[in-house]
Ligand binder design. Structure first.
Ligand code: ZN
Length: 118
């Protein structure tokens, strides 16, 4: 009776450890990726500019064909704007302004450094 209780407890504990490992593994896999503001797909960080007033990180969503700019520190970033590739002239054109004018301007200033995606 007691031993089956202990067995059960060990089983539950092993289960928790496996769940925790699984969680850690998933976190590692999503490392650096953020959900796309349009479709919530995990999108990769493709470029970063740290020399402005605030860091700007860029994330590319291949299914939306949109480049998203996140302004601010990693823990407190805000989506500022999205950009579309300008296939004619090259480079990027502002697609959507999401956050404040200041954030949008920081993103616009930094986007020229992002290489073409696709
Ligand atoms: Zn998307």
């Amino acid at each position: 009776m007691v031993s089956s209780l202990v067995d059960g407890l060990v089983f539950v504990m092993l289960g928790s450890v496996l769940l925790a490992l699984n969680w850690l593994f998933q976190r590692r896999q999503s490392n650096g990726r953020l959900p796309c503001p349009n479709d919530a797909a995990l999108i990769p960080n493709v470029a970063e500019a740290c020399d402005g007033a605030e860091p700007v990180r860029f994330f590319w969503c291949g299914s939306c064909m949109e480049l998203f700019a996140l302004v601010g520190k990693a823990s407190a970033g805000r989506w500022a704007a999205s950009f579309a590739q300008d296939l004619g002239a090259g480079g990027w054109k502002l697609w959507k302004a999401i956050s404040s004018e200041r954030d949008v301007q920081l993103a616009v200033d930094a986007v020229s450094r992002v290489p073409p995606q696709g």
